[in-house]
Design a protein around this ligand. Structure first.
Ligand SMILES: [Fe+2]
Length: 407
């Protein structure tokens, strides 16, 4: 009996926390900054203690501390954000959150390289409805340990307090066993009723949810666009200026929610995206575009917008200068039949998945990862994040498992 009681009390002590729903985001350069976000449940004066040395939960020993830059009550959570800047590239940082009631677990993250070194990205979206599938994908994130996660909207189906609370709880599964966390870049989907759903939960740098995040210097820039607000006008002007100001970047990746040319026939064509963005992407040599929303699977050959003979829905293949489009959602939303294939579609399918993308100075390599077998997948070590873990279910369609974009 005594033993049972002791186990019971230890259970209470270790499960108690005055904060939860931890998340990392990016609003500046991925090599030198991060945003730490969480839900503050109780207690006062929460403060992040952090540094390059791991002092576990011994908060007094950390070299730096910072109070929240932003606090916003939203979707049933007391969202706190601490923005860390001027960090050292390619460096591990350890942190805890201390408040009047105690100290959180110790978490850590690593900034992206400052040089043109290989980085790993996971990109997908549409996690509404099926929590089991959503959790599976999250578990695989924790095992692949990417530098960055791109999430293309439709996190929940109803955008309600309850659903967001569940989403944030499920997101904790992306944290690795050693408490390493991975930063997220969020886009807005049509199931987010307002820009605020992203702006207030992920502390993105622009209230209209279009922004770009550089990685290193003139290496990679990740653009997030918003298909749920006006596409012509301010947003497209911004995109044009941003692409023009950053022409010298080696690589450009873009994410947004609704595809230009969905591979599900009952989905509307993305006429505004096509008219305003397709030529910009081509002219500024955007390498890879990740689309979501249709809940199906596609990769395309490199394509360019064209109305000439032989075009299919306004695109023709251009192996030399074209843009590769991949997608379309499947992080837990109901999957749909891929019944709208184009002449320039490379491969397509129908299953739960996300994209696993390696960027190096020579190439961008994209694989499609099937996420249903999450619990069987091996965990990569922190020093071997570009290896293939045991049992990882990599989609191997007729045109090959690897989509390679060469410099
Ligand atoms: Fe959607």
């Amino acid at each position: 009996m005594r033993k049972i009681l002791i186990v019971f009390f230890i259970g209470i002590l270790t499960s108690y926390a005055s904060n939860d729903k931890y998340r990392l985001m990016l609003r500046n350069n991925a090599s030198t900054s991060v945003v730490i976000g969480w839900n503050q449940i109780s207690g006062t004066n929460p403060m992040v203690y952090y540094g390059k040395k791991d002092h576990n939960t011994n908060f007094k020993k950390y070299s730096n501390k910072k109070s929240p830059d932003r606090i916003v009550q939203f979707r049933g959570m007391n969202n706190h954000f601490v923005r860390l800047i001027n960090l050292k590239p390619n460096t591990a940082y350890y942190f805890i959150i201390k408040d009047s009631e105690g100290v959180s677990e110790r978490f850590w993250f690593k900034t992206a390289p400052g040089k043109k070194e290989r980085i790993s990205i996971i990109s997908g979206g549409d996690s509404r409805n099926n929590r089991k599938s959503r959790k599976n994908a999250n578990i695989i994130v924790s095992k692949l340990k990417p530098n960055i996660i791109l999430f293309g909207g439709d996190m929940t189906s109803g955008d309600t307090d309850e659903q967001w609370i569940q989403w944030m709880d499920d997101w904790q599964l992306t944290i690795a066993k050693d408490n390493r966390m991975f930063p997220l870049i969020a886009a807005r989907g049509n199931h987010e009723k307002e820009n605020n759903s992203i702006y207030k939960l992920f502390d993105v740098p622009h209230e209209k949810i279009y922004y770009s995040i550089p990685v290193g210097k003139q290496y990679l820039r990740i653009y997030t666009l918003n298909t749920e607000i006006s596409i012509p006008g301010g947003q497209t002007n911004w995109l044009k200026n941003e692409l023009s100001a950053n022409k010298l970047d080696d690589w450009k990746i873009i994410q947004y929610h609704k595809p230009m040319r969905p591979h599900v026939s009952r989905k509307k064509e993305g006429t505004f995206q096509y008219t305003n963005w397709a030529n910009l992407f081509y002219n500024y040599k955007v390498n890879l575009v990740v689309e979501c929303d249709a809940h199906t699977v596609k990769t395309t050959w490199p394509i360019k917008p064209s109305t000439k003979e032989g075009n299919d829905e306004g695109f023709i293949r251009d192996n030399k200068n074209g843009t590769v489009y991949v997608g379309e959602g499947c992080w837990g939303a109901p999957i749909r039949k891929n019944n709208d294939i184009k002449s320039w579609t490379r491969d397509s399918g129908m299953f739960n998945q996300f994209k696993w993308i390696f960027v190096s100075s020579e190439s961008i390599i994209t694989r499609t990862i099937k996420t249903d077998n999450a619990n069987k997948v091996g965990e990569l070590s922190n020093n071997a994040r570009f290896e293939i873990p045991d049992n990882l279910d990599i989609w191997n369609p007729s045109n090959g498992a690897i989509v390679e974009i060469k410099k």
